[in-house]
Design a protein around this ligand. Structure first.
Ligand code: ZN
Length: 360
C-alpha cells in the first residue's frame, strides 16, 4: 500500500510540479497526505460522473488533467463545481491535477496525441529554457576533498543520474594578509603562495544560498575566493511536440487521419491543400504559439482555433488542423501507462466522455 504523500513524491520526480506554468494550479487539490491510495482513476476533467465512476470502481484517487479548483474560488456550495468538491470530500477521495506540467513532459499530452497518430521521431517542439549555476572555487589541496563532500551533500555536482560531479585543476594561489587579517596560512604583510585546486561543479539555482553557507562554513580561509556563474540552456521539457509522418501526405488526408485516429466528431483544417511531412502538436489550446511554430513544422495541430486566429494562420501560411481541445482525452490512457511503469497501485483510465460539445 502507498500513502498519498509517497505517490505525490513519485509523481513529482517524474512529472515535476515546478515545470507547470505559474498561473496553473497543479498537485494535490483535495485529499489527505496520510491516506492510503486504494487505486487511481485517470481523467481529463473531474466531473460528477467521473467521481461516481471512481466510487463504483473502488478507487479513492482521481488524477485529472484540468484542475477542478483553479483560481479565485469564493464558495463551495451544494451545486455547480461545489457539488463535485463536496462529493469528493464526503467520499474521502483524493484529487490530483497534472496540467501544464504534464503538457511540458517529453512524454506528455502532446506526445500522447502524436503516439495516437502513430507519428515518428517525437521531440519537444518549443523547449523551455532552464537556468543552471556553476561554482568555481579555489581551495588548498588538502581541504579540497572535505569541501567537495560538503558541497555534494547539498546537491551540488548532480548531473542526470550522477552525483558528486566535480572538475579539479592544480594551480597556485597567491595572497598577502594585511594588518587585521587572521590568515589560515601565511604571515601578515608577506606574500604567500599556496598549492591550491580550482574545483568546479554545477548546481540548481535554488541551492545557491545553501552552497554559499557551506563554503563559508567549511573553506579553511578567512576570505574564500570563488565565483558563481549563471547560464541558461534548453530544458528537457517544453511546449508541444514535433514529429514526422511515416510517409508525407496531403493536408486534407492528414485531417482525415486525425479525425479517425483521435475519434473526432468533426475536423476543421486551415490552409491550401499541400504536402505535409513534419507535424507540430500542441494539446489543448495552442494557437497563441503560432509565431513560434512557424517555419519549424509543415502543419500545426491544436484545439480551440477561433475564426480570426484561422485567418491569422492563413496570412502566415502556416497550415493548421483543429483537433479540438477534447483530443487531449488520450491522456487518460497515456497517463495510465506512465503511472503503471512507476507504481504498483491499480490505475484505471476513465471511460466517461467529458466533451461538453455535441454535434449533428
Ligand atoms: Zn486542456
Amino acid at each position: 500500500m502507498m500513502k498519498i504523500n509517497t505517490l505525490m513524491s513519485i509523481i513529482n520526480n517524474e512529472i515535476p510540479m515546478h515545470t507547470a506554468e505559474s498561473w496553473d494550479n497543479v498537485g494535490l487539490l483535495i485529499g489527505d497526505t496520510e491516506r492510503e491510495v486504494t487505486g487511481i482513476l485517470t481523467a481529463l476533467d473531474c466531473t460528477m460522473a467521473v467521481v461516481t465512476e471512481a466510487i463504483e470502481q473502488n478507487v479513492n484517487t482521481i488524477i485529472c488533467h484540468h484542475p477542478l479548483i483553479f483560481s479565485g474560488i469564493k464558495a463551495i456550495q451544494n451545486h455547480g463545481y461545489g457539488e463535485i468538491i463536496h462529493a469528493l470530500i464526503k467520499n474521502e477521495m483524493n484529487l490530483i491535477a497534472l496540467h501544464t506540467n504534464l503538457d511540458a513532459h517529453p512524454k506528455g499530452v502532446s506526445a500522447m496525441i502524436a503516439n495516437q497518430l502513430e507519428l515518428n521521431n517525437i521531440e519537444i517542439l518549443l523547449p523551455d529554457q532552464t537556468e543552471l549555476c556553476k561554482l568555481q572555487i579555489y581551495v588548498p589541496n588538502h581541504h579540497a576533498q572535505g569541501l567537495k563532500e560538503k558541497l555534494a551533500a547539498t546537491g551540488a555536482g548532480k548531473i542526470g543520474d550522477y552525483d558528486h560531479c566535480f572538475y579539479s585543476s592544480k594551480g597556485h594561489g597567491e595572497f598577502r594578509p594585511l594588518e587585521n587579517a587572521q590568515p589560515f596560512v601565511g604571515n601578515i604583510n608577506e606574500v604567500h603562495v599556496e598549492e591550491e585546486l580550482k574545483v568546479e561543479c554545477v548546481f540548481e539555482p535554488h541551492l545557491k544560498q545553501q552552497i554559499i553557507e557551506v563554503i563559508h562554513q567549511y573553506h579553511p580561509y578567512e576570505t574564500p575566493a570563488y565565483e558563481i556563474l549563471t547560464f541558461t540552456l534548453p530544458a528537457q521539457f517544453g511546449t508541444g511536440v514535433k514529429a514526422h509522418l511515416p510517409q508525407p501526405m496531403m493536408l486534407s488526408e492528414l485531417a482525415q487521419l486525425a479525425k479517425a485516429k483521435l475519434s473526432l466528431d468533426v475536423v476543421k483544417w486551415i490552409g491550401e491543400d499541400q504536402r505535409i511531412s513534419t507535424v507540430g502538436i500542441i494539446g489543448g489550446a495552442g494557437v497563441s504559439y503560432m509565431k513560434d511554430v512557424q517555419n519549424k513544422v509543415d502543419v500545426l495541430l491544436t484545439g480551440d482555433i477561433k475564426y480570426h486566429e484561422a485567418h491569422d494562420l492563413m496570412m502566415m501560411q502556416l497550415p493548421a488542423i483543429d483537433i479540438t481541445h477534447y483530443s487531449e482525452c488520450v491522456m487518460k490512457e497515456g497517463l495510465k501507462r506512465l503511472l503503471d511503469a512507476l507504481i504498483d497501485v491499480p490505475v484505471i483510465a476513465s471511460s466517461v466522455n467529458t466533451n461538453p460539445f455535441n454535434v449533428y
